[in-house]
Design a protein around this ligand. Structure first.
Ligand code: ADP
Ligand code: MG
Length: 186
């Protein structure tokens, strides 16, 4: 994929399919590295699935025989000299179920894929977010941290849907302002 933000979209789709009520997307950037972590409280995966999930020919979906979201994300990280780790607890085993996927990238590698337009990716996600699912986003940069919390926004919006065009425009502008401030201070 041309942008890591598209990989993020794919990983978050898995969390949505897993019925998560809270999804956290955290990006931590230093001068040389970028780490993307997606945490959800969805149904989780059993041990066999966890073991097979980085294999491109594995999927539990019946509509296509090849699952590629996680293998592509892993490959993108490994190509830069980084790695991908996955931790999951299935719903049957614990009330504290869910999945954490974390990928480390070395920005100095010639094979590093740029993050791309993460604000647009977030807006796409927020627009299609089901009721009962919320997303928190943080992106820590040397100059500051950008954040978004849809539960907080829902509380302020008093019933106005997150998918309302004016709300999406507000989110886009707010993220742009936060990025401008963090980038100015780096
Ligand atoms: N966050 C998650 N929670 C529960 N199961 C997951 C999660 N992420 C991935 N999976 C499981 O791993 C499989 C492979 O995921 P992925 O590589 O994205 O391929 P695909 O989504 O096309 O099946 C999924 O079909 C699903 O069973
Ligand atoms: Mg997927």
């Amino acid at each position: 994929m041309k942008e890591l933000s598209l990989n993020i979209l794919d990983i978050v789709q898995n969390s949505l399919a897993a019925g998560a009520s809270h999804i956290a997307v955290d990006i931590a950037e230093t001068g040389d590295t970028l780490r993307i972590t997606v945490t959800d409280d969805g149904c989780g995966m059993d041990e066999t699935t966890v073991r097979n999930v980085t294999n491109p020919f594995y999927t539990t979906r019946k509509t296509r025989s090849v699952g590629l979201g996680i293998p592509f994300f892993k490959l993108a990280a490994e190509q830069t000299g980084g790695d991908l780790t996955l931790r999951s607890t299935p719903a049957g085993e614990s009330d504290d179920h869910g999945t954490v996927i974390s990928a480390l990238f070395y920005k100095t590698s010639i094979d590093f894929t740029p993050l791309g337009d993460v604000s647009s990716t977030l807006c796409t996600l927020v627009q299609g977010l089901p009721d009962g699912t919320d997303i928190t986003f943080t992106h820590s940069l040397p100059g500051g941290t950008i954040s978004l919390d849809t539960a907080e926004m829902r509380a302020v919006l008093c019933g106005v849907p997150l998918s309302t065009p004016d709300v999406i425009v507000f989110i886009k502008d707010d993220l742009a302002a936060q990025y401008a401030e963090a980038r100015a201070l780096k």
